[in-house]
Ligand binder design. Sequence first.
Ligand code: FAD
Ligand code: UDP
Length: 390
Amino acid sequence: MIFDALVIGAGFAGAVCARELAERGGKRVLVLERRDHIGGNAYDCLDDAGILIHQYGPHIFHTNDKRVFDYLSRFTRWRDYQHRVVANIPGEGSAAGSRVQMPVPFNLTSLETAYGPETGRALGEKLMAAYGAEKKVTILELRQNEDPEIRQVADYVYEHVFVHYTMKQWGQTPEQIDPNTTARVPVFLSRDDRYFQDSWQGMPLEGYTRIFQRMLDHPNITVHTGVDARERLELTDGQIRLDGEVFAGPVIYTGAADELFGLRFGRLPYRGLKFEFETHDTEFFQTHGTVNYTVDQPYTRITEFKHMTGQVKPDCTTTVKEYSYAYTGAAGETPYYAIINLENNALYARYREQADSFPNLYLLGRLAEYKYYNMDAIAARALALADELV
Ligand code: FAD
Ligand code: UDP
């Protein structure tokens, strides 16, 4: 069969692009996916207990981008779900072994939980006088404040919410990592205890995998799973060969950039994650969709899928614990989070330069672009690339 476009990877980047090229561009598209399923890291499925789980970590959809929301709404209806997260920390000064939960992002309610209602309220007033009500302030910014009381709050939040969690997640302190990362979870001078304030948020009513099945179900699209594209591609002298034949149409690659070029400049650093799924004989295991362990425990967070998906199952529930580690590329490991800093960006730029020498090669997606993108950002980029190519 003859194809006009080749898409490598069937996550959000690849699937949206494939659909657009097939539908809007009338192109015959071949999609190659290394895993034995489509959906990329957003893939979900039923576990042995019949609970809908996210195999590669919990995914909550949220966006302010109307085009993306409308586009994905062609392939799914949504369950209204507003994600709420609490930090679970050891209680101080009370009975041994007690635990306290407070909203994350740290907000006016968290302040009262930490300091008691009266002092908490007074500190909240002071913060709002300094920054404005309903404002978001990053922890690094808050720590610059010279007022002793505000500084004390900043230190409390740093110690109880950020430093240990960030060390677990990145193996580095908040000062050492890209500031945009901790800025994702600012201190929020509000009573709004939702994790995201985006205009549209929710969960796909029938799960994420269903979105991908519908998106890729098009007469112009052929999907082969269980195929590592690198085994069928050859990139030399500005030309891309598929199974030995020159492929002149657009090639959209959504895997890791270093892998595409045989790691020739060395490995791009990533954090990997180990997921530990547990099924419990109880209707609910915890109070919230996600509970962050910001002070102790070796894992960063526990997510309980039923809170998010709304699945009704009175007899059991499944949770996942996330453990972060330094990705080495060993068999069985998956790169999840690009470690963004000047040195790694410079290394990425060398791979990018290689890619640029192939006029019909496009790097797209969280791995290929070495960026910390949410699903909606990836969908937006895929739509923009399709605009360009169609
Ligand atoms: P991927 O989903 O990684 O897809 C890339 C695909 O390419 C993979 O399926 C891979 O197998 C395939 N591939 C790679 N190399 C090859 C090859 N050589 N040959 C064939 N196939 C190949 N975003 C949100 O918006 N909300 C969230 O709540 C959220 N939670 C997250 C939680 C975790 C733990 C993680 C890691 C990410 C989360 N994200 C979330 C981000 C989200 O996962 C990404 O934005 C999205 O998956 C990016 O899509 P992608 O297509 O770029 O990459
Ligand atoms: N973070 C933290 N404590 C928290 C939540 C987040 O220190 O309770 C920091 C941490 O560095 C994390 C970053 O903020 O990596 C971004 O958090 P987010 O929840 O957006 O991460 P993701 O869901 O993408 O893993």
